[in-house]
Design a protein. Structure first.
Ligand code: ATP
Length: 419
């Protein structure tokens, strides 16, 4: 079921960032690319986390996370490694495991997973599992631009796995070592980038709200310290039960990445503007979303333990219908009399939507089973269906039922589950 939720989230992203977004193209780039790609991007030299070991209980921690958990008076992103460890020692920040405060110095730990290509395992055969999707879009920028005859501004988007050797994975799927990103890179004329950057910040926020995250639990977090090549960067954070966490990043990456790939590959990355005849390396505005983090936010938001008017309780997932793993449950009222017709309806509706079928237990229990997995509509097949070709459709949230003729059901559901 969770893979269905994920697929629905990906479909929604694809619709919003590719299909409805003028001039945007989807890509499926390689996970293992030439190692020079990661030298050019700076990941080999600098994609690392600041780690400290607790000398007492031998557990390993991220120095920036220790400080963030202790105070909001300072921002670790703006501190050097030396400043961070001094701060930790001066304030006796306790180890989350043993409570003592006795740490090693900070070591930078590269987050990229390595493997080897070919039969000989040596330094020359090292390849990396991609730690982000973006570089795949950058190294394919000219392929896409030429084959699609694209004119700036245009976008390349990609949904795919990324891998990071996170030292402190946790909070369920918030931080894992293998996760999926949904990334969109907008290639534009230098000078137009900041306006586009502002647009994508809002565009991503609206996407989250439309998926069902309340605006009051979302906040922008502008970066105080920018990497040297970026001219603006902002995260959108969602208020998870364990605190605010990053869902998305919008970054104005200037022409840095394409210039680096030009330098390392020796291949010009220029774009020839057909209107002005100017040649330039486009600027890039990135909007990146962690699919797993978004699914986790939607799960947290959807869950409710509800007390009903009669004092009974039910667990319900209030997913927007297009997110729900099943759109429809088909339920014969009495197995003996109604299952044949119900099967027929189930098979017909399954041509159009993800449906589920349940004939075991009383109808109340079956409704509850659907509530807890968030099925928005339950269709009950009873004598009325056999005699008059009508069914009742129960709404998950209001629990109200309406009666429809069988031939109206498909269009009724179709309209309700659109994103
Ligand atoms: P964090 O600061 O939380 O480590 P990040 O700034 O390194 O995240 P980015 O490099 O901007 O993250 O990655 C883009 C998106 O990928 C993030 O906004 C997040 O949603 C997702 N993401 C990053 N790391 C992980 C992870 N380890 N597990 C799940 N999702 C992740």
């Amino acid at each position: 079921r969770s893979s269905r939720i994920k697929n629905s989230v990906k479909d929604a992203w694809r619709k919003r960032f590719i299909q409805e977004n003028d001039n945007s193209f989807e890509l499926d780039a390689a996970i293992l690319m030439h190692p020079r790609v990661w030298e050019a991007s700076g990941h080999v030299g600098g994609f690392s986390d600041p780690l400290v070991d607790c000398k007492e209980c031998k557990t390993r921690h991220r120095a920036d996370h220790l400080i963030e958990g202790f105070t909001s008076d300072v921002i670790p992103d703006t501190m050097t490694d030396e400043e961070m460890i001094n701060y930790i020692r001066e304030n006796n920040i306790p180890c989350p495991k043993c409570g003592k405060s006795n740490y090693t110095d900070i070591r930078e730990f590269n987050l990229m997973f390595e493997t080897h290509r070919g039969v000989i395992k040596d330094d020359k055969s090292v390849v990396y599992l991609r730690p982000e999707n973006a570089q795949g879009e950058y190294v394919n920028f000219l392929n896409v631009q030429r084959t699609m005859r694209a004119k700036v501004p245009f976008g390349i988007g990609q949904i795919g796995k990324a891998f990071r050797n996170e030292i402190t994975p946790g909070n369920f799927t918030f931080r894992t070592i293998e996760f999926e990103q949904m990334e969109h890179q907008l290639f534009c004329k230098p000078g137009t980038d900041l306006e586009i950057y502002e647009h994508y910040k809002e565009y991503a926020k609206k996407f989250f709200i439309d998926l069902g995250l309340p605006e009051e639990k979302l906040r922008f977090h502008d970066h105080d310290k920018l990497v040297f090549y970026a001219s603006a960067a902002c995260d959108i954070e969602y208020k998870y039960p364990f605190g605010y966490g990053e869902l998305n990043g919008t970054h104005d990456r200037t022409d840095y990445d394409l210039s680096q790939h030009q330098k390392f590959s020796g291949k010009a990355q220029d774009y020839l503007d057909p209107e002005t005849n100017e040649k330039y390396i486009p600027y890039v505005v990135e909007s990146t979303v962690g699919c797993d983090r978004l699914v986790l936010a939607l799960l947290c938001e959807a869950y409710e333990e509800q007390t009903l008017e009669d004092g009974s309780t039910r667990e319900v997932m209030h997913f927007k219908p297009f997110i729900a793993p099943y759109k429809v449950a088909v339920l014969p009222l009495v197995k003996k009399f109604h299952s044949e017709k119900a099967n027929e309806v189930y098979r017909e509706l399954s041509k159009y939507f993800m449906c589920t079928y349940d004939e075991s237990g009383n109808i109340g229990k079956r409704y509850r089973r659907e509530d807890v997995i968030g099925t928005p509509y339950c269709i009950t097949i009873d004598d009325e269906t056999l005699n008059n070709n009508t069914v009742t459709i129960r709404d998950r949230d209001t629990m109200e039922q309406i009666t429809l003729s069988l031939d109206e059901v498909k269009d009724y559901i179709k309209e309700k589950i659109e994103f």
